[in-house]
Design a protein around this ligand. Structure first.
Ligand SMILES: Cc1ncc(COP(=O)(O)O)c(C=O)c1O
Length: 383
């Protein structure tokens, strides 16, 4: 039976093997495992790619969020507003600092924070808003800014799934006061282990975040603040630099796959991803919605297709947040949790693979791939 997984990291590694080994050798020969020029180079490349004044390499996307909140002084008694439909870390970091996460609903088409819901969640205790660019498409930042208006509430972008995405021409990571990226191996820029990045145009905030990453020390062994050890390993930065060279090409491949799926799935009852005209979607996930989601996932897996459900439960319903910001119902999030399914969309897929996955979905629903679409290759479809 055919096997089409959510990722094919081994096939990707084949494209990088020699350069990765060379980078690893370089670090081994230098015996520089923390800090050093590899980290500085990587931060510099990210700074210019995202178009920001500072970029701080950190140990994970979770630590990027934690450190960003710490740099903004978030703590006990504060409220942080964020969408419920996201990965756990977005809310977990708020609770870890003793602040209260205030979960709001999302837009049913984009899956991103609904600005109208945000308006009613802001209170006198709101100290930050985390906007998640879910699945690789930016949230409506202008609408969010309009809701915040002249209140001085910092906007944090959770751009962990959105490297290279743009909103009205500007890159994710440059749209708020501070932004956080993840280089977890499954991400669009996936590292060899955990990794993350903080970006900001606020040089003071960037410098403070950098200090917090080194236990808050101002000088060696002199600590002005309590921070943590949130540094990215030098070896990982050297490898990420290698992978960065192919990121644009990989993003293009993901986008082509998505366009192809959109066409292949026409005529089936599933809803394909909605893409805003003013956004460049990078398809960290290609996520459809449908009835009988669990049955479809089972059907796909039986036929060798590794579909994923991101996410099966909103953060407002997670047991750990009971009495700590959780509870209540958020109708759109609750509905999406029952209806979403993400399909393999990674850069190593062949046109044939996309056709197979779409064929299985049509088979499940008793529909067929439109005849004209079945005939064209993805090259023709994207010409
Ligand atoms: C939206 C979102 N936020 C935060 C994170 C946390 O990143 P990491 O796994 O690198 O800690 C992730 C990654 O899984 C994510 O997808």
């Amino acid at each position: 039976m055919r096997s089409i997984n959510m990722l094919d990291l081994k096939a990707e590694y084949d494209l990088f093997r020699d350069d990765v080994r060379e980078a690893v050798d370089r670090v081994l020969e230098s015996q520089y495992f923390i800090g050093g020029p590899e980290i500085a180079d990587f931060e510099g490349e990210m700074r210019s790619r995202i178009g920001v004044r500072d970029a701080v390499a950190v140990s994970s996307g979770t630590d990027a969020l934690l450190c960003a909140l710490m740099a903004l002084g978030i703590g006990h008694g504060d409220e942080v507003v964020l969408p419920s439909f996201t990965f756990f870390a977005t809310g977990g970091v708020v609770a870890r600092l003793g602040a209260t996460p205030v979960f709001v609903d999302v837009d049913e088409k984009t899956f991103n924070l609904d600005p109208a819901c945000l308006a009613s969640a802001i209170s006198d205790r709101t100290r930050a808003i985390i906007v998640v660019h879910l699945f690789g498409q930016c949230a409506d930042m202008d609408a969010v800014r309009e809701v915040v208006a002249d209140r001085e509430i910092p906007l944090i972008e959770d751009a962990c799934q959105a490297i290279d995405a743009t909103y009205r021409g500007d890159p994710a990571g440059s749209l708020g006061d501070v932004a956080c990226f993840s280089f977890y191996p499954t991400k669009n820029l996936g590292g060899f282990g955990e990794g993350g990045l903080i970006t900001t145009n606020d040089e003071k905030l960037g410098a403070f975040a950098r200090q917090l990453c080194r236990h808050g020390q101002s000088d060696r062994y002199f600590h002005e603040h309590v921070g943590g050890n949130f540094r990215l390993d030098t070896m990982k930065a050297a490898i990420l630099k290698v992978k960065l060279a192919k990121l644009s090409e990989f993003t293009d491949r993901r986008r082509k796959n998505a366009i192809r799926y959109d066409r292949l799935l026409a005529g089936s009852p599933v809803t394909t991803p909605f893409v805003r005209d003013d956004c460049k979607h990078v398809y960290h996930q290609y996520t459809i919605t449908c009835n009988r989601r669990d049955d479809l996932v089972g059907f796909l897996r039986e036929r060798g297709v590794g579909a994923g459900v991101y996410y099966p439960l909103g953060l407002h319903r997670q047991p750990c947040f009971t009495g700590k910001g959780g509870g209540g119902s958020l109708p759109v999030t609750d509905c999406l949790c029952e209806r979403v399914v993400s399909l393999p969309c990674h850069p190593m897929l062949a046109d044939d693979d996309l056709g197979y996955v779409a064929g299985v979905i049509h088979e499940f629903f008793g529909t067929t791939i439109p005849a004209d679409v079945a005939k064209e290759s993805s090259a023709q479809a994207n010409a």
